[in-house]
Design a binder for this molecule. Structure first.
Ligand code: ADP
Ligand code: ZN
Length: 434
């Protein structure tokens, strides 16, 4: 039986891999020049397509940040005629200006191939039944995995997230063998199946779990594997780089292979931005090498990890990153959804009855993430009749939900109760234990 879906590409000698990378990087820079954003950015940095003569020359290219994507919204980074675009996705951050990614048919085909390659690497085959329990829509977790799983020829159940009863029913009726799920939901499901007349999670007969969208530990992986009697694979991605399957764990379980024919990966020091060597912990920076609709150069993911270019025992030559070790910024991942403290602040500060202090507390209820926000009431309003407080609380909860897509429990407090903030870090108390 073949171990690789695309044996030639997956096992290329490094020098051949780098040759492909250089060709694709040159093409990518050329394409980037077609977008309003990069034309100005590269011109200002005095970088021209002909300046890229070796992959080392990527260092001449300035970094791209999430903020750049926000500022370029909606069409500033589009690099082809809009007619060629067949789908968009958006990142989960919703307050303020969103970010958008454009895909041509070529882009979606390339992404689909990477997903299929990854699932095959984990051991899934066309005889498997794949239940995709990630949200469909602008999020990339749903549709991204969906097309790759179909490409492999599996029977795909586009279950989307939520509704445990229905998920369990589908698993039982169609004998699901593989799931795509967030680790926190998998832990929750392990306990919850009892309520749906499943005595032991192992009775569900699952063989594979693809888990991503949020950071988790090795211990959580083992726990899930143990409870369900399956093999779990870490899947890393971000919408700016298409979405899931930028990097994927192989059966050697010694890191996640970054598909280097499609992405150029660097690790930098997040402060000095100096490029670091193998084994050194830093921020992952990624460049699309095979995207037409919206090339992105040297994107600062803010995800912290290490990288190794040593050949893996599985035979693949593509570099490996360690599981994500943390973030170089203050982004929180709550139930798989990205939330910045600034988004919460933005919502609160628009409400006149809210004072100037607030505190964000992250907790676990069972295995699920819970967001609590302590909100100080504006002194001006805090006098006499305070029967409207309940209405205010509900109003803040509703506005947070619509801005963040995450449910928050708001606790209103008297002015002066929350100690004045000495900086952002103290605004967030993360009591979750990964
Ligand atoms: P998603 O819809 O998958 O959350 P986003 O683009 O909204 O995609 O979020 C991407 C971010 O999610 C990454 O930058 C990273 O911080 C986090 N993430 C995704 N997959 C993983 C993973 N396997 N392990 C740790 N963090 C992850
Ligand atoms: Zn490997």
């Amino acid at each position: 039986m073949n171990m690789y879906l695309n044996s030639e590409l997956e096992t290329l000698e490094r020098k051949d891999l780098e040759k492909i990378q250089l060709e694709r990087l040159q093409k990518t820079v050329l394409r980037a020049y077609e977008s309003e954003f990069y034309r100005a950015r590269l011109h200002r940095a005095n970088v021209h397509p002909e300046d890229i003569q070796s992959i080392e020359d990527i260092k001449k290219i300035p970094f791209t940040t999430k903020d750049d994507l926000r500022k370029a919204y909606p069409y500033g980074m589009l690099a082809v005629d809009k007619k060629q675009i067949i789908r968009i996705h958006a990142s989960s951050g919703t307050t303020g200006t969103p970010t958008v990614i454009f895909h041509t048919r070529h882009d979606l085909d390339a992404w689909t191939e990477l997903v299929a390659r990854s699932l095959y690497m984990a051991g899934m085959r066309d005889s498997d039944v794949f239940q995709n329990m990630m949200t469909y829509g602008l999020f990339t977790g749903g549709l991204g995995l969906h097309y790759g799983a179909e490409q492999l020829g599996m029977m795909v159940i586009p279950a989307s997230s939520g509704n445990t009863r229905r998920q369990v029913q589908l698993m039982q009726d169609f004998h699901t063998t593989a799931v795509h799920i967030t680790p926190s939901y998998a832990l929750h499901l392990g306990d919850d199946v009892e309520n749906y007349n499943v005595k032991d999670p192992r009775d569900l007969g699952l063989k594979f779990a693809v888990m991503g969208a949020e950071p988790y530990s090795e211990a959580v992986t083992r726990k899930i594997e143990e409870r369900f009697g399956l093999a779990a694979f870490n899947c890393y991605g971000l919408s700016e780089m298409n979405g899931p399957a930028v990097a994927f764990e192989c059966p050697a379980k010694n890191g996640l292979h970054v598909w280097e024919d499609n992405y150029f990966a660097e690790i930098i020091d997040p402060v000095s931005t100096e490029v670091l060597g193998d084994g050194q912990k830093g921020e992952l920076v990624l460049t699309t090498l095979n995207r037409e609709g919206m090339p992105i150069l040297r994107y600062r993911t803010k995800d912290l990890t290490t990288m190794s270019r040593e050949k893996c025992s599985c035979g693949r030559t593509h570099a490996r990153i360690e599981r994500i070790l943390g973030r170089a910024d203050d982004m929180m991942i709550i139930g798989g959804v990205n939330v910045f403290p600034s988004q919460i602040e933005h919502v609160l500060m628009e409400i006149p009855e809210v004072g100037s202090n607030y505190q964000i507390i992250l907790r676990k209820k069972g295995y699920l993430d819970k967001l609590h926000v302590n909100v100080e009431i504006n002194e001006k309003f805090f006098a006499g009749d305070i029967s409207w407080l309940h209405t205010l609380q509900k109003k803040i909860e509703k506005e947070l939900k619509s801005a963040l897509l995450v449910t928050a429990t708001v606790n209103l407090v008297e002015p002066g109760v929350i100690p004045p903030s000495m900086g952002k870090a103290q605004r967030v108390v993360d009591e979750r234990n990964l």
